[in-house]
Design a protein around this ligand. Structure first.
Ligand SMILES: Cc1cc2nc3c(=O)[nH]c(=O)nc-3n(C[C@H](O)[C@H](O)[C@H](O)COP(=O)(O)OP(=O)(O)OC[C@H]3O[C@@H](n4cnc5c(N)ncnc54)[C@H](O)[C@@H]3O)c2cc1C
Ligand SMILES: *[C@@H]1O[C@H](CO)[C@@H](O)[C@H](O)[C@H]1NC(C)=O
Ligand SMILES: *[C@@H]1O[C@H](CO)[C@@H](O)[C@H](O)[C@H]1NC(C)=O
Ligand SMILES: *[C@@H]1O[C@H](CO)[C@@H](O)[C@H](O)[C@H]1NC(C)=O
Length: 521
């Protein structure tokens, strides 16, 4: 009580003086010092609960303030302000995209969260032409990017499975989906970015200009700057998609076919796959999409196997090319070794396909099953050890799907740029494996986290060579091991672009050092 009264008195005093010296600001003065910044948008010191939460629903740390930026300058002024406080302040800054992190990565305990979706001053602009692109705000949702570019019959080339994620959020990780084998991850399809560094500088960067910052920020987990604008490469958008699922009874033919398709002629436009363990569990599969698509039931196919593998692929087409599409699809399917009665396909619009997870989201929301804990585990596994991994994990460590899909599909290293910050194995082909569990009840959270731990422990012991995607580490040795030989570069880039470790503290890679705070008078 007493403290907050003091705080308000100070606030009035400071406002009266019109100017605040930024040095020696103690924690209690934070709101006061922020209120004096000349902004187009505003700070909010109440309603902090949203900024303290994320999709994972497993960690929650309230900030002291949320910035609703009205301009890029607002973001720069705020970060610069914190930077100039130097070691006298413990304040940190987290950009929050759509808050779809899993373990608090977009939160800033006791710091400032920047609500990137408020950044509307960066107008979306489509540039058609020979090499089309769109300029979009870092806080823009991918679904909005798709909506806008489709007006020009264009669309980004590389996607995530779910589009209610922000441009800056996925570019800070990688952005992977079934198109990654052809086009690389989303970070391979960016021509230029505008970034506010941890010093508060606004920098335009590209492979030609300030290229070190450009590459650092891609897959950089928000450590080097806040992406305020991205220039995203586009391609002509198809109108329709043939969407196909087939089932396999054994892992070897499943993965051999997946790998064959990566390099096949006139191959599919999208290739993913999932593992189905004890198929009763599939009824809860939120990703099984908007049609009655359960591949097992749709096919009236009742195998005895406990573990099944579903290959999912699509072919883009426009209605007038349906015959050609049909021929190409049949030629590809004839080379595959799936179990014939399991073939299932449907034709949908490009938008319906890309936004497929959102349909499942709406269904789950209606049942109160969306805003629940999500103890997800995402791994990147080299081709050379994927069989060893599968033998131990599918059916042994995991006895069922545990309330969520298990994704598994290969990609090619040649489509990834090794100058970016993202960590991938040293092999030409590696697998993306996602255990996407929803935990309904506290026991389920513990149970799933425990299974995740068993998977990680087995992988370490068996030298599988896994890397985590959307990594969740808490200690420096873990981060060092994650980055391996690239740790020095990562650290050096941090010193260059965010020397005080102000940005994205929720990743728990670097700790902001601070001198002991002077007591407020
Ligand atoms: C249902 C669902 C499906 C998903 N499917 C996929 C998938 O198919 N493929 C895939 O690759 N990922 C997928 N993801 C993961 C997704 O890429 C991450 O959650 C990512 O964090 C994007 O979410 P966001 O925009 O909400 O970012 P946030 O969670 O808000 O932020 C993520 C991190 O990036 C930082 N950050 C946010 N915005 C910026 C910015 N503008 N500049 C710099 N740093 C920033 C944050 O501080 C934080 O550290 C999925 C997530 C969900 C919930
Ligand atoms: C999880 O979600 C529930 C319901 O929305 C919420 O009350 C709770 O605070 C959340 N927990 C965390 C740790 O975010
Ligand atoms: C990236 O790959 C190229 C070509 O394979 C190689 O020459 C280079 O050393 C690699 N760079 C890093 C940083 O790994
Ligand atoms: C992720 O980190 C949290 C917090 O440290 C921890 O409780 C959880 O077990 C971790 N999950 C995994 C899968 O590593």
């Amino acid at each position: 009580m007493k403290k907050s009264l003091l705080q308000y008195l100070k606030l009035f005093l400071l406002l009266g003086l019109g100017r605040v010296t930024t040095m020696h600001v103690a924690k209690q003065d934070v709101p006061a010092s922020l209120v004096t910044l000349p902004l187009d948008g505003h700070f909010s010191f109440h309603d902090l609960s949203t900024a303290a939460r994320d999709f994972g629903n497993l960690s929650s740390s309230p900030p002291v303030a949320v910035l609703h930026p009205g301009s890029v300058a607002d973001i720069a002024i705020t970060v610069r302000h914190v930077f100039l406080m130097g070691h006298h302040s413990t304040l940190t800054v987290a950009a929050r995209g759509h808050g779809h992190s899993l373990y608090g990565q977009s939160q800033a305990a006791g710091g400032i969260v920047i609500r990137m979706e408020s950044l509307r001053s960066v107008r979306m602009q489509v540039h058609p032409g020979a090499s089309p692109y769109v300029d979009a705000s870092g806080g823009e949702l991918w679904i909005n990017v798709l909506d806008e570019t489709l007006k020009y019959r264009l669309a980004p080339k590389s996607w995530t499975d779910y589009l209610h994620l922000t441009v800056g959020g996925t570019l800070s990780n990688a952005g992977v989906s079934g198109q990654t084998f052809r086009h690389g991850p989303q970070i391979s399809n960016v021509n230029e970015m505008e970034i506010v560094t941890g010093r508060g500088d606004v920098v335009t960067c590209s492979p030609e200009q300030n290229s070190d910052l450009f590459h650092a920020a891609l897959g950089g987990l928000g450590q080097f700057g806040i992406i305020t604008r991205a220039r995203i490469a586009l391609e002509p958008a198809p109108q329709m998609v043939r969407w196909i699922r087939v089932l396999y009874l054994d892992f070897t033919s499943f993965t051999e076919d997946q790998e064959m398709l990566l390099s096949a002629e006139k191959t599919f436009d999208y290739i993913e796959g999932f593992v189905i363990i004890n198929r009763e569990g599939i009824l809860n599969n939120w990703r099984s999409s908007f049609n009655p698509q359960d591949p097992v039931r749709a096919s009236q196919f009742e195998p005895d196997e406990e573990v099944l593998f579903c290959l999912e692929m699509t072919k883009n087409f426009n209605p007038e090319e349906a015959d050609t599409m049909e021929q190409e699809v049949n030629a590809l399917l004839s080379q595959l070794r799936y179990t014939p009665p399991s073939l299932f396909h449907t034709d949908v619009t490009y938008m319906e396909f890309l936004d497929r997870v959102h349909y499942s989201e709406m269904k789950l929301r209606a049942k109160g099953m969306w805003e629940v804990p999500h103890p997800w585990l995402n791994l990147i596994i080299p081709r050379s050890t994927i069989h060893k991994f599968a033998r131990e994990v599918f059916g042994k460590i995991l006895k069922d799907n545990n309330n969520g899909p298990i994704l598994l599909y290969p990609v090619s290293r040649s489509r990834w740029d090794n100058r970016t910050s993202v960590v991938i194995p040293d092999e030409e082909i590696f697998y993306l494996v996602g255990f996407l569990s929803s935990a309904l009840g506290p026991q389920s959270v513990e149970h799933t986290l425990n299974l995740n731990m068993q998977i990680i422990e087995f992988s370490n012991k068996a030298s599988i060579g896994v890397k985590q995607y959307l990594p969740n580490y808490t200690t420096e040795p873990e981060w060092k091991a994650h980055y391996g030989a690239r740790w020095d570069t990562f650290q050096q880039r941090k010193t260059t672009y965010d020397p005080l470790a102000i940005l994205a503290p929720g990743q728990r890679i670097f700790q902001k050092a601070s001198a002991s705070l002077p007591l407020s008078s």
